[in-house]
Write a protein that binds this ligand. Structure first.
Ligand SMILES: NC(=O)c1ccc[n+]([C@@H]2O[C@H](COP(=O)([O-])OP(=O)(O)OC[C@H]3O[C@@H](n4cnc5c(N)ncnc54)[C@H](O)[C@@H]3O)[C@@H](O)[C@H]2O)c1
Length: 490
């Protein structure tokens, strides 16, 4: 059936609708596009043509490919023209009543073999399908913006969706060069649910005055390996848009504390500090450019011998570029000038020093320490200036910047990554999707460098559990409760 999809109808000629038109047309489909505002649809068609022209000039596609796409997309005046469609994708504004009305109308126009889908990003597919005489026909086809570029498509299964359609949608997405994942219709589906802690923990840390926005952003991007820090990303998305998604997910999860929106973010919306679009959000944008920089530590101190464990752990790999005669192998710890370097485990450096008596430097987590441009550290009280300088000098020597944070449990990236892993794990535990799909979704929907569950395996599930349990103990907050999925891995 997926091979037989030759004519696609798209409803809504906005950002997503036109992106989906381009994807279908670039893959040998004829596309009909309908918008309630016909003149807007014609403008959108012209804009598509100009965008493609630029891509021809930049050498991304040929003139012939551009012409074929433009010619394959036709604006129609009425939904009645969708009679010939094999598949319809609805991409109108995010409003349940409007979407229901559209599908009721469509059901009386198209043949019973036509596949019906919605690109909704937050409305229950089950709720939209309830308007249909045959609710089993409807599924979600959730593209990401910009649709022609982003590889991921979440296929959303409503409670009554027929699995045959899900399989057809999967095949079609593959034919269109996309990476499909399947999710049950639940708040935020996969990506918008699992990504919540990326913003939520950042906002909470900022509110707790643990670090500045630029400090957190630098740790998360240059240190942990995310493409963009949470605050610059929220400024880009729009503080109001991000806040609205957080509120929806919280409400629809019946006020589960894990999804509690930030008071500060609400205040920023009231103050019209919405990010790039209002010229100021977490950062001021001078002519669209963010100028703030993080405060790095630097040291030229001479470092002598240091100890690295024999077996390569996630952290010790960072020092593997040193020649053998520059270091000494021993035990299971990294020790620099008498100070132990440990991966953060959700305890403070002070707590660890109090329990084992050793001066302690905790290192914040990274997807890949070899690639990290910057390393975030905290020091326990017994770490003196001599030790600190040598640790900083050593890390500078291997070409990485150093940041120092306040000694708070879980630091910055460790706390965020543990919460993201917990969320991914819990989505699988609650049957939203399977483990492979949650990893694919975060890699291709929001460009995470690694899947969260596969990273947790690399890090060790026990370590993830320790971080979360220590955080829950410190904050006394159900927000950090461990997903039973993680307990099953121990
Ligand atoms: N923008 C994103 O990043 C994004 C990403 C994924 C999914 N989505 C979802 O895609 C859908 C569309 O989002 P968008 O950003 O393209 O919105 P948009 O505002 O750019 O476009 C919506 C279009 O729908 C048209 N429209 C409104 N009512 C209509 C009706 N009754 N019949 C026909 N056309 C109608 C409007 O005229 C407008 O052109 C929403 O459900 C949204 O949640 C958006």
């Amino acid at each position: 059936m997926a091979d037989e999809i030759k004519i696609v109808g798209v409803i809504g000629a906005g950002t997503m609708g036109m992106g989906i038109c381009e994807v279908a047309a670039a893959n040998d489909c004829r596309v009909l596009v309908y918008d309630i505002d016909e003149s807007f649809a014609r403008k959108s068609h012209d804009a598509l043509s100009s965008r493609l022209k630029k891509r021809v000039i930049n050498g991304k596609i040929t003139q012939e490919q551009a012409d074929n796409i433009v010619q394959a997309v036709k604006v129609v005046k009425s939904l009645d023209d969708f009679l010939v469609c094999d598949l319809v994708v609805e991409a109108v504004i995010e409003n349940l009543e409007i979407k229901k009305q559209i599908f009721q109308q469509l059901e009386s126009i198209v043949s019973e073999n036509t596949l019906l889908s919605t690109n909704t990003s937050s409305i229950s597919v089950t709720a939209i399908a309830a308007a249909l005489q045959a609710p089993s026909r409807l599924f979600g086809l959730h593209f990401f913006n910009p649709a022609p570029v982003m590889k991921l498509v979440e296929i959303i299964k409503g409670l009554k969706t027929d699995d045959v359609h899900v399989q057809q949608a999967k095949k079609l997405c593959k034919r269109w060069g996309k990476i499909p994942v399947v999710a049950n219709s639940t708040p935020g589906f996969i990506v918008n649910r699992v990504a919540r802690p990326y913003y939520g923990e950042a906002l909470k840390m900022y509110q707790e005055q643990m670090a500045s926005a630029i400090h957190i952003d630098t740790v998360m991007s240059k240190g942990a390996g995310f493409r963009m820090g949470p605050f610059e990303l929220m400024d880009l998305i729009g503080i109001d848009v991000n806040f609205a998604v957080s509120q929806t997910v919280f409400r629809e999860m019946y006020n589960d504390p894990r999804y509690k929106p930030s008071l500060l973010q609400g205040e920023m919306v009231h103050a019209n500090l919405l990010g790039r679009k209002t010229g100021i959000g977490f950062y001021p944008y001078d002519g669209g450019v963010k100028t703030t920089k993080a405060d790095y530590l630097h040291s030229d101190a001479k470092f002598d011998q240091f100890i690295v464990p024999d077996d390569m752990t996630l952290l010790s790999r960072m020092f593997s570029e040193f020649e053998y005669d520059q270091r000494k192998w021993q035990g299971d710890k990294i020790i620099i000038s008498g100070c132990q370097l440990l991966l953060s485990n959700g305890l403070t450096a002070k707590q660890i020093e109090q329990s084992d008596g050793m001066p302690t430097c905790l290192v914040d987590l990274s997807f890949d320490f070899m690639k990290a441009e910057c390393v975030n550290l905290v020091f326990s009280p017994k770490v003196d200036v001599f030790m600190k300088n040598r640790i900083v000098a050593l890390i500078n020597h291997i070409g990485k910047d150093v940041l120092e944070s306040q000694d708070q449990p879980g630091m910055i990236a460790t706390r965020t990554l543990a919460m993201l892993i917990n969320e991914a794990a819990d989505a699988v535990f609650n049957g939203v999707c399977d483990a492979d799909d949650v990893d694919l979704a975060m890699k291709y929907g929001v460009n995470y460098p690694k899947g969260l569950l596969s990273f947790a395996t690399e890090l060790g599930w026990q370590h993830v559990a320790n971080i979360l349990e220590n955080l829950q103990c410190w904050f006394g907050d159900d927000r950090y409760r461990l997903s039973p999925y993680i307990r099953n891995q121990l």
